[in-house]
Design a protein around this ligand. Sequence first.
Ligand SMILES: Cc1cc2nc3c(=O)[nH]c(=O)nc-3n(C[C@H](O)[C@H](O)[C@H](O)COP(=O)(O)OP(=O)(O)OC[C@H]3O[C@@H](n4cnc5c(N)ncnc54)[C@H](O)[C@@H]3O)c2cc1C
Ligand code: FES
Ligand code: FES
Length: 480
Amino acid sequence: MRDTVSFTLNGEMVSVQNPDPTLTLLNWLRQTRSLTGTKEGCAEGDCGACTVVIGSPDAPEDLPPWRAVNACIAFLPTLDGKTVITVEGLAQNGKLHPVQQALIEHHGSQCGFCTPGFVMSLYAHYRNEGVVDDETLNDVLAGNLCRCTGYAPIIRAARAMYDYPKVEDILLASATDSEMLCLTMTDTLSGTEKQYFAPHNMSELAIIYAKHPDAVILAGSTDVGLWVTKQKKVLKVLIDIGRVEGFANIEKTENGLMIGAGASYAAAHETLEEMYPSLGELIRRIGSTQIRNAGTMGGNIANGSPIGDMPPPLIALGAELILRRGDNTRRIALESFFLEYGKQDIASGEFVETIFVPNPVPAGRFAVYKVSKRFDQDISALCGAFSLQLDGHKVAAIRIAFGGMAGIPARAKNAEAALLGQDWNETNLRKAMMALGDDFTPLSDMRASAEYRLQCAQNLLLKFWLSDDAPYLAKEVRHG
Ligand SMILES: Cc1cc2nc3c(=O)[nH]c(=O)nc-3n(C[C@H](O)[C@H](O)[C@H](O)COP(=O)(O)OP(=O)(O)OC[C@H]3O[C@@H](n4cnc5c(N)ncnc54)[C@H](O)[C@@H]3O)c2cc1C
Ligand code: FES
Ligand code: FES
């Protein structure tokens, strides 16, 4: 048992005794360390003003070592053993960092509010030696908002940042740097009224969760963080899964991919994109770089949101979940996990361990489309996913799933029935579009009206049929 959280901050070892487990890194930096360069804009992961850079000695090898994250929704204990860099840590020996120098010389800074966040997002990219083409930079900066739309000079600065003389950079602290980095212990911060567990392997996690079934599992904190900062919830018991060995593993098997529920979007992106390019494009549009660096695949499913982006494509692909409670595991189809709004098929003390995503089928076709008010950094109004297998011109298998059309992500069974065994032609397609009206009675809310949602869902099906990605849809079949 241990009551201290230790990490390096701008190259200096710091230890915090008995922090409130839900104290955010942002509040600690500003209020305790007076490091006010890191700003609070929204306190919900949206604006990027609080961006800091984290390095982990135990990060997966195939991931860039430096991650830009939102300090406003990162809880302090999750940083144990990590390397934290804030905007104050960049200039060394009186010399500005190339990213800072480039922003100055390209007039990329108009206010002091958003600039530190932009600097830190670019700094993570610089440290990871990322490329500076327009598409990549748009992705890198999509999670940093500038209210005065000063993006053009910021992008010009980003393109030029490698042209400036290098400065000495803060190194990644290794677990052996200090005995204080207790990466191999099961930790319990018990000096506070709240409890925080950081199990180090799956059986420890299973035991602790079975013992504390009312605990909140903390994964990337991109939902849970907001419960604290926005809803002001008091979370008494937290189980941080960030250090559970193997929980973020992604393994290719003969039949498909086994994705540890603790794998971040960033970690799963490339492998899923190789299998299903359209799914890769969807992941690229989830939140921002900061959110994708923190948020996990398991968290997106376990939270049961009807507008989470992962369930529709994974349901359409026939994905399965492996759930665990104590030593017992069970395997269920992902679609049957969602029972009704706010209710999932998960028992007390049970957690999502692994997500299985089947391999593409021969001559199969898959696409997923996200519809949101903003292209980047926005939650879906609806999300439609389509998986098709043809036998000649006939539909041999079809799975259609939507998010945002009901209280849970769900399959469109009537639309599927209208197509299964039929010719893949426009007449049948139009019947399936009409059948979507029997599948769903969507709601109107701030993201879209019910009418818009239904019409849009129908048009997404049409888009899938018309899609030029269809490798074996000859023109006469498409329009026959
Ligand atoms: C700015 C912003 C933008 C966002 N954009 C998008 C978007 O575009 N698309 C989208 O779908 N979502 C989006 N989200 C929502 C969020 O990123 C996702 O839902 C995310 O995947 C949650 O994962 P997490 O690891 O952060 O989960 P956490 O916040 O840590 O946990 C979420 C919930 O899942 C539970 N949980 C986590 N892991 C497990 C597990 N293995 N077993 C059982 N329970 C578990 C937790 O107890 C909690 O109830 C956004 C969020 C923010 C703040
Ligand atoms: S303060 Fe806006 S993302 Fe953190
Ligand atoms: S320069 Fe800060 S909001 Fe635009």
